[in-house]
Write a new protein. Structure first.
Length: 266
């Protein structure tokens, strides 16, 4: 069911914008803020009569609409290539992370029964903070705070064991805009090993002409999310986490280079 993509995420080229394009960028930024703010308000209004307990409704219906609304503001279409796993099975989703677009594409997927690890930095944006609180995002801290990261992962592990929910993490941690797959952190693989939950790799394909990298100047186009074959973890051991992390990263590197080698360069 999957289709072979013809373009791979890479460093977005420098874009020289005229006055009209600068105004268009401002309008799209305002439009994104409006979508996020209205979405957060709707989610909050729905949360009141549901006593904040309808997390899946907030994430999979309202959150999905918010993500797709932001993408629509920027003229970006979203295509899912492949089939998501049975929602009744707990899995650990991971993906590459090369763009500001990723978070909106991810939420727009409406992954069933899934919680998300995202950077605590994003809480500074009030609408995202409200949305994150209601859909129970696990806010992370930088690698420079290992003790706090350990506590965050331990609490998340306990919640996931209790609920049976799936979870999403980006092993790269930060946006990598070099055009390559960045180093992987160990957190996702510790969690998958502890839960004995399969890892489902997602590959975000964002065309070079669309990708704003760490910025916001995205161009219209199509983002594809490819669901790669699941990786079973039932026989994984904690002491093997670094090795397994590297094996998963090698799979991403292989896919990345196979696709890039067939990519016509601008």
């Amino acid at each position: 069911m999957t289709a072979r993509p013809t373009l791979v995420t890479a460093e977005a080229p420098a874009i020289s914008m005229g006055a009209a394009e600068r105004w268009q960028l401002r309008l799209r930024l305002v439009g994104s803020f409006v979508v996020l703010s209205l979405g957060a308000l709707v989610m909050l209004l729905v949360a009141i009569p549901t006593a904040g307990q309808a997390r899946r409704l907030y994430a999979e219906v309202i959150g999905r609409a918010i993500g797709r609304g932001v993408l629509r503001v920027w003229g970006i279409g979203l295509v899912l290539r492949g089939t998501l796993p049975d929602p009744r099975r707990q899995v650990v989703y991971v993906s590459n992370h090369s763009s500001t677009i990723d978070i909106f594409a991810l939420i727009a997927l409406g992954l069933p029964r899934t919680r998300y690890f995202l950077s605590g930095f994003l809480r500074r944006f009030v609408p995202i903070g409200v949305i994150g609180y209601l859909i129970r995002i696990v806010w992370t801290v930088p690698q420079e705070y290992p003790a706090e990261r350990t506590r965050i992962f331990q609490r998340a592990d306990a919640v996931l064991r209790r609920t049976g929910d799936s979870v999403y993490l980006s092993p790269e941690g930060r946006r990598v805009t070099s055009g390559e797959i960045g180093p992987f952190n160990k957190g996702a693989f510790h969690l998958a090993t502890s839960l004995r939950a399969p890892i489902v790799p997602l590959y975000f394909r964002i065309p070079r002409a669309v990708n704003p990298g760490r910025g916001y100047a995205a161009r219209p186009g199509t983002v594809e999310v490819h669901v790669l074959p699941a990786i079973e973890t039932a026989d994984w051991r904690i002491e093997d986490v670094p090795h397994n992390r590297d094996r998963v990263r090698e799979r991403y590197v292989r896919v990345h280079h196979e696709l890039r080698d067939g990519d016509p360069r601008p």
